[in-house]
Design a protein. Structure first.
Length: 315
């Protein structure tokens, strides 16, 4: 479920000889804390978990995860990029050792971010050079962007209540109307533990990219996953990790709202989207092919289960 910023680094570490354990998630995108607990080893040095998923908005129980991790004396990193400015994060009594965030997710300038390091926790700098930031990161500071991020953080704090009420209400109206007006679609992610601004919806039997191209003609912006994986024809690794069916994987798109989203914009999406989906389903053979493929997969799965049961009985 993690962002490529974490996954690709883990792959590099594996090539350097490190051992990396990847935890699974359920169909709602939630971690199994017992699997986490049992995966910790004597030589485990770091656990990294995102605060909230960037594609589905599923919020992870960071405090509980941190308690498990710290009880084993292991360092704990949280990727809070998607969560900052959407939900409250209090680091005063938190088990978090490292936390990363990016300014563009809370309306700050692009290209500025933060690495929080708990006092007393040592780490090796990635960029070595001058004495900037007490030797933690060499290079001249981008002061205007830093000031912008500070101001954006202040504003985000003051708008947290709006995120939880007005933004959530707009998202809920978007989802509920789509589910009511458009057949064969579903909301991906945890039904309750989800960011108030994120909605990932799977439309069966059509391609998500086709939906996005059609919406773009009307000036409506959405995405098929993370911006860092745009251009890839592969289904989202997040949705694949959740085990979503073939018919949903390729037709899932993400709507991201903010405190600047208006009711009129939501109503425009709700007026146009059903027409877009119906037109694409009418002209695409994907539905017939998907129904045949899914039926074949379901049959194969049933036969596999029956074979396993038969084998157990024989034994």
């Amino acid at each position: 479920m993690e962002h490529p910023a974490i996954l690709n680094l883990c792959k590099r570490l594996e090539k350097q000889g490190y051992s990396v354990t990847y935890l699974s998630v359920d169909s709602k995108g939630m971690l199994n804390l017992e699997e986490l607990r049992s995966s910790l080893r004597e030589d485990t040095v770091l656990v990294s978990v995102m605060a909230a998923n960037n594609e589905t908005g599923t919020i992870f129980p960071i405090e509980r995860i941190g308690q498990i991790v710290k009880s084993h004396g292991i360092l704990f990193h949280v990727d809070a990029v998607q969560a900052v400015g959407k939900i409250a994060l209090d680091l005063q009594d938190s088990p978090i050792d490292f936390l990363t965030l990016s300014g563009h997710k809370l309306h700050a300038p692009k290209g500025i971010g933060v690495l929080y390091v708990r006092r007393g926790v040592r780490f090796r700098p990635l960029l070595v050079g001058g004495h900037q930031e007490k030797g933690r990161r060499g290079g001249t500071e981008n002061v205007p962007a830093m000031v912008g991020l500070g101001k954006a953080a202040d504003l985000a704090q003051s708008f947290l209540q709006k995120e939880q009420t007005q933004v959530r209400a707009l998202r809920d109206r978007l989802e509920q109307t789509i589910l009511r007006e458009i057949p064969d679609c579903q909301v991906n992610g945890h039904p309750a533990l989800r960011l108030p601004n994120t909605s990932n919806i799977g439309f069966k039997y059509i391609e998500g990219e086709a939906i996005l191209l059609s919406l773009d003609r009307y000036g409506i912006c959405a995405s098929s996953g993370s911006a860092c994986t745009s251009g890839s024809l592969e289904p989202s690794h997040v949705l694949r990790a959740m085990g979503l069916p073939y018919t949903v994987l390729h037709g899932s798109i993400r709507f991201s709202l903010s405190r600047y989203t208006t009711s009129a914009e939501i109503e425009r999406v709700l007026y146009l989207l059903p027409k877009v989906v119906q037109r694409l389903r009418d002209i695409s053979p994907f539905k017939r092919e998907s129904e045949t493929t899914q039926g074949w997969l379901d049959t194969l799965q049933q036969e596999s289960v029956m074979a396993s049961a038969s084998s157990t009985d024989d034994y």
